[in-house]
Design a protein around this ligand. Structure first.
Ligand code: PMP
Length: 459
């Protein structure tokens, strides 16, 4: 019998050759750390709705979905029309324009904390600006973050972060920067309070509000409430990094879903309708640290914010079209429903095969755990999970089964995001059912190759 790897090589001759060329151009042959997998990667030629096609003519149901940017699927007609109409009118005015205003107003309407809005070009820029604003506003410097929470790749964010390939190294980050970051275990309000008591110079608490890595290591909603209380009590800026969860966990993000309003929120991905873009939004008095006032303020307290591509017309056109659809509510409902069908079906497949593990997640994000028993009970209605087992920081990093999962699923026409599936409103019941069948086949292959074992060790 062919191995997973042999089958993959047979299916992708053109991608194999392009990857060889890429290795001469890009470190690792890729342009994003998390796009590195397998003996080589696929080269995608086009995408539509829930599907994408590679240069070898293979078709995939896509669950990378633009790293989470494509809640509405690939090439959604309303977004395509908006971008086409805009591109011929110019892509950069170097001036204010009406679409950025509409875009900002939609963000204000949807996101509870968004009293004021400032656009950036990426999520990394948004979290960098959020920390700067919090520090300037409080005149304090220390920031509390949580183990494995990902806030982009700038120096402050990289401390204590992991990506799907494992812990991020702090190489190149000055000690003076690292020392301003306090990394704590999530879901432990006592640990947060202890730091707030001990250090008088804490400016901000930042977190992914559904948990590390898109909710892979879940946050208890009660913890969000505890952080809100503590941050008020100690005069600390509470920042929700909703780069992923914004417009996904509800039309107003995790803050609307759980009814906890942070002081500052960072956004990107879905915000810009599939084009590059981010934003930092929040309390007017904090965002207004960017405002010019008088000479003394401007020279001493003001936070400057240029950025060539901030609110560029193309991203604004896609953002307005996308958020207008999100505001109508139907797309979130559909994506969530499809994700529950997927989690339920995959969990049933794991049970049928007697494989330890589970598939969990909030709203349209799914995390696949293989080879280890589920650390906590799954919610029967939506297959969400409350926490991982003590000491675990991820459902899926680092096991042999996870390394082979992506390639095994590609062989069956499904492109996962590592051990995650990001569902969109373009996914259909047929897509989901095909995926569940592909998953069950891949599980059998992983067992045959010894990358995964059934409970009790059976083959
Ligand atoms: N915050 C979170 C929670 C993210 O998941 C990401 C990217 N995956 C970022 C920030 C960084 O965003 P970007 O890639 O747009 O810089």
């Amino acid at each position: 019998m062919q191995t997973i790897k042999e089958r993959y090589i047979e299916l992708h001759p053109k991608s194999a050759s392009l990857f060889q060329q890429s290795a001469q151009v890009f470190p690792d042959g890729v342009t994003h750390d998390n796009r590195r997998y397998g003996p080589f990667t696929i080269y995608v030629e086009r995408a539509l709705g829930s599907r994408k096609w590679d240069v070898d003519g293979n078709e995939y149901v896509d669950y990378v979905m633009g790293h989470g940017a494509l809640l509405l699927g690939h090439a959604r007609p309303e977004i395509v029309a908006a971008v086409q109409a805009q591109v011929i009118k110019g892509t950069h005015y170097g001036a204010n324009h009406v679409l950025e205003l509409k875009w900002g107003e939609l963000v204000q309407k949807l996101v509870p904390s968004a009293e004021k809005v400032r656009f950036t070009s990426s999520g990394t820029e948004a979290t960098l600006m959020a920390l700067r604003l919090a520090r300037a506003y409080t005149l304090k410097s220390r920031v509390i973050k949580f183990q494995s929470h990902f806030h982009g790749w700038h120096d402050y964010a990289a401390i204590g972060a992991v990506s799907s390939s494992g812990a991020l190294s702090a190489a190149g980050i000055p000690n003076a920067v690292a020392e301003t970051m306090v990394v704590l275990p999530p879901n432990d309000a006592g640990a947060v309070e202890q730091v707030l008591k001990e250090y008088k110079d804490v400016a901000a608490i930042i977190l992914e509000p559904t948990g590390a890595s898109m909710g892979d290591a879940p946050i208890l909603p009660s913890f969000l409430g505890e952080l809100r209380e503590l941050s008020r009590q100690y005069g600390v800026v509470l920042i929700f990094d909703e780069v992923v969860t914004g417009f996904r966990t509800s039309t107003g993000g995790a803050q609307a879903r759980y009814g906890i309003t942070p002081d500052v929120t960072t956004l990107a991905k879905i915000l810009a309708g599939g084009l590059p873009g981010g934003a930092v939004v929040g309390k007017a008095e904090i965002l207004d640290m960017i405002e010019h006032r008088d000479a003394q303020w401007d020279a001493s307290r003001r936070v400057p914010h240029p950025g060539t591509f901030n609110a560029n017309p193309l991203s604004a056109s896609a953002g307005v079209a996308g958020l207008t659809l999100v505001a109508a509510g139907k797309d979130n409902e559909k994506a969530d429903k499809m994700a529950v069908r997927l989690r339920k079906g995959m969990n049933e497949a794991l049970n049928r095969q007697g494989i330890p593990g589970c598939v969990s997640g909030v709203a349209s994000m799914c995390h696949i755990r293989l080879g280890r028993e589920c650390g906590a009970a799954l919610n029967a209605s939506d297959h969400s999970i409350c926490t991982l087992a003590a000491g675990e920081t991820s459902a899926g990093v680092g096991t042999p089964a996870h390394a082979a999962l992506k390639v095994g699923m590609l062989n069956h026409g499904v492109d996962l995001m590592g051990h995650k599936a990001i569902v969109s409103s373009a996914h259909t019941e047929a897509d989901i059912d095909l995926t569940i069948a592909a998953f069950e086949e891949t599980m059998k292959e992983l067992i045959a190759e010894g990358a995964l074992a059934r409970r009790g060790g059976g083959k």
